[in-house]
Design a binder for this molecule. Structure first.
Ligand code: XBP
Ligand code: MG
Length: 229
């Protein structure tokens, strides 16, 4: 019987490739606030090293020597743009994600989310890809609003472990970024990395397993659990 009782998933880049929708939402917000900011893909790739949309905007202003706008107000509007965009974006879950979630549920495992993104974004992504009832598949959905310090700090993973009532050694984390990997490892967890389009060249040293995507992992779930459990 495997020691692993819980699978804890990151969201952006892991469950789905959502960062292009985030980037569009940021740029729409900048236009709406008449800021002459525009984040192209290369700029956004660098800025993604800063987790949290509000923190990312503050960092951009400070690093460019620009006046810092009301980033809390900007972020609220950005989140609204993201949530209207995601439902029409056609974004789907990455390969193997749904099958793994279903197989883990059937195996009686606990599922949780540990993300830096904002709660409304998780709700809209899960609802638009799996249906609203799938939010109930997760024992804990821990978001940016729930922690004082975001990834790579381990706080969000420690919160998810606590809410799932499992020890770090009983849970597996799934991540797409170096920040996320560091957060999971700092929480004492094993971490499987599936790099996303924006994190392909991140430093994933310390990952317990790296796979291109989660496709066919569900078929190897017993093996996976035996390796980590
Ligand atoms: C990725 C992030 C988030 C998103 C934007 O989160 O760092 O900040 O880029 O979402 P994850 P917000 O931990 O799921 O990879 O603007 O809501 O922060
Ligand atoms: Mg991520």
């Amino acid at each position: 019987m495997s020691r692993i009782k819980a699978l804890i998933f990151d969201v952006d880049g892991t469950l789905a490739e959502t960062e292009e929708v985030h980037r569009q939402a940021f740029n729409r917000t900048f236009e709406e606030f008449d800021l002459d900011w525009h984040w192209d893909q290369a700029t956004y790739k660098q800025l993604l090293k800063v987790t949290g949309g509000r923190e990312r905007m503050e960092h951009h202003a400070l690093s460019q020597g620009l006046p810092v706008p009301d980033c809390a107000a900007l972020h609220k509007v950005k989140t609204a743009h993201y949530n209207s965009l995601i439902s029409q974006s056609g974004v789907t879950l990455r390969p193997g994600v749904e099958a793994l979630l279903v197989a883990a549920r059937e195996a009686g495992m606990v599922l949780a989310i540990a993300t830096t993104t904002s709660r409304p974004n998780v709700t809209s992504l899960i609802s638009s890809t799996l249906g609203g009832q799938a939010l109930g598949w997760f024992t804990a959905i821990c978001c940016g609003e729930d922690v004082r310090v975001k990834k790579p700090n381990s706080e969000v993973y420690r919160l998810a472990l606590e809410l799932c009532a499992v020890e770090a050694s009983q849970a597996l984390a799934f991540e797409d970024s170096a920040n996320g990997l560091r957060a999971a490892k700092a929480a004492g967890m094993a971490c499987i990395v599936t790099p996303g389009i924006y994190t392909l060249d991140d430093d994933f040293s310390g990952a317990d397993l790296m796979v291109e995507n989660l496709a066919a992992l569900e078929a190897r779930l017993p093996f996976l659990l035996s390796v980590f459990g």
